[in-house]
Design a protein around this ligand. Structure first.
Ligand code: GLN
Length: 187
């Protein structure tokens, strides 16, 4: 049984915890403190507001610990705001954790497409078309040499992996698919 943490400071963490509870061989853990973060085998950074989550990471002292655990090889999956937290580069802004070699654009789809959903086959993540939910989503403008592109939608990168770091600009916790969870759990 592996313990899978979800950073539970702000955003859609309870939806991730509910999805994890439906998977076998997984112990879901709401991560709020350093002690929580020390004990998990994997971590999900949820969607929400990246600036707010970043501020809370600083205030709780979790930011430095999380960077250390990433360096030590902790598998981390960032969804939407979580992807923004992982990125080394954010267009027009300072990075937060800055651990993944990607350049992201926040709120990339603009106000007219603030939120939308669709289905798209992303072969790297599963054999069936995936339901994709975008909520004021970022996209990835550039990936580094060590980063593998896992999916694109309408000409923009929406999923990528660098070693044990996974980033998706969409919200699998709001769908009935567990394909991306399965992918993350075998990283
Ligand atoms: N727009 C948010 C941000 O920039 C991310 C939105 C989300 O996580 N659904 O932080």
């Amino acid at each position: 049984m592996q313990s899978v943490g979800v950073l539970a400071l702000q955003g859609s963490f309870s939806e991730h915890l509910t999805k994890l509870a439906q998977l076998t061989e997984v112990l879901p853990v709401a991560v709020k403190t350093a002690a929580d973060l020390e004990q998990v085998d994997r971590l999900i950074l949820p969607g929400g507001e990246s600036t707010a989550i970043s501020r809370l990471l600083q205030r709780t002292g979790l930011s430095e610990l999380l960077k250390r655990r990433v360096k030590e090889g902790l598998p981390v999956w960032g969804t939407c705001a979580g992807l923004i937290l992982l990125a080394k580069n954010i267009v027009g802004e300072q990075p937060h954790l800055g651990v993944m070699d990607i350049t992201v654009r926040r709120n990339a789809y603009g106000s007219q497409l603030d939120s939308f959903s669709c289905r798209q086959l992303l072969p790297a993540l599963g054999a069936e078309p995936l339901p994709l939910v975008f909520i004021r989503a970022p996209w990835i403008e550039r990936v580094g040499e060590q980063t593998e592109i896992l999916g694109e939608y309408a000409g923009h990168i929406i999923a990528a992996r660098q070693g044990k770091l996974l980033a998706t600009s969409f919200h699998p916790e709001l769908t009935d698919s567990d394909a991306v969870y399965r992918y993350f759990l075998q990283l």
